[in-house]
Design a protein around this ligand. Structure first.
Ligand code: AMP
Length: 280
């Protein structure tokens, strides 16, 4: 695996790959890699000639300074995992490389997507996500971008940003990888005790209960039950939602046809966790 820290070096390498007709797959990450990230690498490898991974803990997407400071860093292990997974190129830029001093801040018109669900609880988060992904796509110009369903709203936001910015690429949404108890793998899980990891399996259990109980008409009782259950276990629940899988608009009254996603965000022992599943 080639490790590159400067955009100019990345550009030189990728230009030569592109010029020879090779396909490039791109997996952006913030490091502290786990099997979920590696599954994206694996999918990219199966569909492209070269797979590029980036590791960059993007300061502009953290609305909470403590969360940024506590974000896990396991760089040496990440490099070993990427090497073992057969990743071709790791882009590891510095903050100064990605955010040159004095550069104007781009604003993305994300519409309603920006302020609902995660956007409501993490103001500014999606503008920060767009800023970094926009830059990384300019730098890598991949044929396909690989994103995980675990961050479904992020996928929707990035999809919108790529159309606003006219990035020519395909975006592939990849399944969420889970621990044996169903907990969605996440870099933040490293901050949970073993007991809390077990307890956090309740998030997916709750989403699956909603899936089983789903019926046409009013959805509010399902959400209330889900929230009460998680609160009784000691979670601080930001939201449990049933929304349109197309645009994440809340669905209070289901017609039995519309494609739905159920989403949850809750904090356990100061670790904020999110998850979602498609319902139908
Ligand atoms: P992150 O490093 O958390 O910013 O995630 C980088 C990419 O990996 C994003 O596209 C995530 O959606 C994806 N990802 C994170 N966790 C998982 C998981 N458990 N399964 C699949 N993809 C994931």
């Amino acid at each position: 695996m080639i490790l590159v820290k400067k955009k100019i070096d990345l550009d030189n390498l990728l230009q030569s790959y592109r010029a020879t007709g090779h396909r490039i797959g791109f997996v952006p990450t913030m490091g502290a890699l786990h099997e979920g990230h590696l599954a994206l690498i694996k999918t990219s490898k199966s569909q492209n000639d070269y797979t590029v991974c980036s590791i960059f803990i993007n300061p502009t997407q953290f609305n909470n300074a403590a969360d940024f400071e506590k974000y896990p860093i396991t760089l040496e292990q990440d490099i070993n995992l990427l090497e073992a997974a057969g990743c071709d190129l790791l882009f590891l830029p510095s903050v100064a490389e990605m955010y040159p001093v004095g550069e104007p801040v781009m604003h993305y018109d994300l519409g309603a997507l920006e302020n609902i669900l995660e956007g409501k609880y993490r103001p500014g988060h999606f503008q920060g996500v767009c800023r970094i992904v926009d830059k990384l796509l300019d730098d890598t110009k991949p044929h396909t971008l690989y994103l995980g369903q675990k961050d479904y709203q992020q996928y929707m936001v990035v999809r919108k940003m790529t159309s606003l910015r006219n990035h020519q690429l395909k975006i592939q949404l990849c399944d969420t990888l889970r621990e044996p108890n169903g907990l969605a793998m996440s870099s933040r899980n490293m901050r949970l005790s073993e007991a809390d990891k077990q307890k956090a399996g309740a998030l997916i259990d709750t989403l699956r209960k909603i899936e089983q109980a789903l019926h046409t008409g009013d959805t509010s009782i399902l959400l209330q039950d889900a929230k009460s259950f998680l609160t009784s276990l000691g979670f601080e629940v930001d939201y449990v939602a049933i929304a349109s899988a197309e645009d994440l608009a809340p669905v209070a009254d289901w017609d039995g046809e519309q494609k739905l996603v159920a989403l949850v965000a809750a904090t356990l022992s100061e670790v904020r966790l999110i998850d979602n599943i498609f319902l139908n």
